[in-house]
Design a protein. Structure first.
Length: 223
């Protein structure tokens, strides 16, 4: 597939300027200005062409959008072992929050027991976006039937001053308040989180339609 040609067909300079403001920590020259539906279509076509292995091996990529397409392609790999191998190979190259946050591999949902050791490893990484991805996977996959209270402590134990890391911790706990309120509220009552994360998580929980008015009222008292 001629990716450069596909990129030239759909890139938009005005959208590039918009994206550059959302992702200020990367070089704006690496942004082409391609909208997410177009990137997903390119990723789907690339995956269905069975020619995606060569693309996945071309690291690091030149463009921001290539990184997003990379993760979209990985997410479509049905075999868990192959998928996790590609995720592990790619994570060190993730350099911003949209790339970390956009993709959720479908094979993860069916393999929680196999996935969990990888998440625990990612949470101990020194690479911010590897940790962020690990927290998001714990949030997306383990606040339902496979939830355990220990997972709250795993995320609460993540330390660091990076804004995007702290925001992910807050997002996790706000979501946990919506889905696992009884187990999560002690982290706020006993101030087990940093002050910034504590306040941000409460803010996000209060803004959420998934948190009851009664719980929001109590959370306001804990600010």
């Amino acid at each position: 597939m001629d990716l450069e040609a596909r990129f030239n067909e759909v890139k938009d300079n005005k959208y590039k300027e918009f994206q550059a403001k959302l992702v200020p920590n990367i070089n704006p020259d690496s942004i082409l200005g391609i909208r997410t539906p177009d990137m997903r279509k390119i990723a789907k076509d690339l995956f269905e062409s069975n020619d995606y292995d060569s693309f996945l091996s071309e690291l690091p990529h030149k463009y921001y959008e290539e990184n997003l397409i990379h993760f979209f392609v990985i997410s479509m790999i049905k075999d868990f072992d192959k998928c996790i191998e590609e995720v592990e190979r790619f994570l060190p190259y993730v350099d911003c929050w949209p790339v970390s946050d956009q993709a959720t591999p479908k094979s993860f949902r069916r393999n929680h027991d196999k996935l969990l050791p990888y998440i625990k490893k990612w949470l101990k990484s020194k690479h911010i976006y590897t940790v962020r991805f690990g927290i998001r996977m714990l949030m997306n996959e383990y606040l339902g039937d496979d939830f355990k209270e220990d997972y709250l402590n795993l995320v609460a134990s993540v330390k660091g001053d990076d804004y995007y890391l702290k925001m992910m911790v807050a997002w996790y706990f706000a979501t946990a308040l919506a889905k696992r309120y009884d187990e999560t509220i002690p982290y706020f009552e006993n101030h087990k989180l940093s002050e910034w994360v504590h306040k941000k998580a409460i803010q996000k929980a209060i803004e959420s339609y998934r948190v009851s008015d009664e719980h929001k009222k109590y959370l306001r008292s804990l600010k």
